[in-house]
Design a protein around this ligand. Sequence first.
Ligand code: HEM
Length: 462
Amino acid sequence: MNRETEALTMMADAAAEIAPEIPFRSRRSSLAVLTALLRNPLSAIPPEAFSEKLVLARVAGRDSLYICDPALIQEALLRNADALGKGDTMRRVLGPAVGQGLLTADGAHWRWQRRAVAAGFQHDSLTSFLPAMIAAAEATRDSWLGKAGPLDIGQEMMRTTFAIIVETMLSGSGDFDAGKVEGAITDYLEPSNFMFAYSLLRTPEWLPYPGRRRALSSVAYLRETLGAIVAKRRASGEHRNDLVDMLLASADPESGRAMSDAEIVDNLLTFVTAGHETTALGLAWTFHLLSRHRAVEDAVLAEIEAVTGGDALKPEQVMALPLTRAVFQEAMRLYPPVPVITRQVEDAFQLGGVTLNKGMVLYVPIQAVHRHERLWDLPDRFEPARFLGEAARLRHRYAYLPFGAGPRICIGSAFATMEAVAILAVLLRAIRLEPLTQEPPEPTLKITLRPKRPLLMTATAR
Ligand code: HEM
């Protein structure tokens, strides 16, 4: 972009903050949206979200607004954060599993929980987790080297990040079957498209849908398993300085009351699910992209070699791998593990000249913002250099938001990035992954952005 167009773009961006927008009105019928939701919820995002700033849609008699412009996203998620709640749909879909934990709570209940765990996500705590992250990656590397058949990269990454979250947040209290816990999380998310569609139609909660019974029994199993960990810790009085301890010790600043066991389970389940699946998916998409862009992979390998000098990765070297980190960031631009954020308006406010009334549903379609034609040159192209140097500094902060934005921004963003860079550095230098098929994988939305079919790859030692 030359100086003149850059200046014009900046002026246009500045104008966008004050000029009222005429939102594009999606003409898709409720039936078309609901059918898309059941088939692949990703296709329920109106195509105009990739080119317009605001897109209004009316589904089943309810207004919703897609916010696709960085300045307007900032206005909504940051400046009007107090006027927004997580909403009925989120609570209906995630509530049975995570209750009113950090991800789903609103207002004072959310604030208390966020404060209770914030210390665990500060720089010093995070760097103390690095040895566990590297060890888990090395265990995966060793298991791959001993395996002949194809690997399901998504599954492999889930296993690796799950081991890390249990080791770091629950002090490795793995008295449970990791495979069973992961399976239960997948079974719970499987019918989430029905949960979304039913919520839009405001059907009664008991209405059956395929996979409902399995989803509910999975949740019962997960809550029971984590409940046993809390009960054991409470009874033993042991201190391990981990997430369980932080939650056990926290007191509501307003009432002084401690968290109940059920509330602690809400949060443990929140962290176990939000804290491993997302990173695993970001990594799986990264391996997919690198297997199709070998020149980028070679550059990453050269960076890792230069930093480690050919020795085993050390914790302090993880921060010194900017290209490896940029590759992960670019993979999350193209395939954001959380592709849509939702909010419900609790107190009416104006956004870009549109009145957002109480009850209106807002969507920030991260997937569409990350590939928006007004925001990115060649938006579908994999180009990690977008996250290095000048290019990254000039970009609007809200044009790239894999971890969300505003006060509800992901508490685990630094944890996830550190973990991903460590895993990539350990695995890439030891193993070359070859995709089993050249067919491009189709992403689908099950709360998170998953490949529709497993990403199968063969591993060979470098
Ligand atoms: C690449 C990995 C990750 C991605 C893409 C991701 C994405 C997100 C996004 C978009 C949100 C905001 C949701 C909203 O505004 O409605 C969020 C919230 C959250 N994430 Fe992450 N996340 C990741 C990793 C993690 C990790 C590693 C943890 C914990 C160790 C974690 C825990 C949470 C929690 C507890 C919240 C709720 C925060 C609040 O509302 O205060 N996430 N995440």
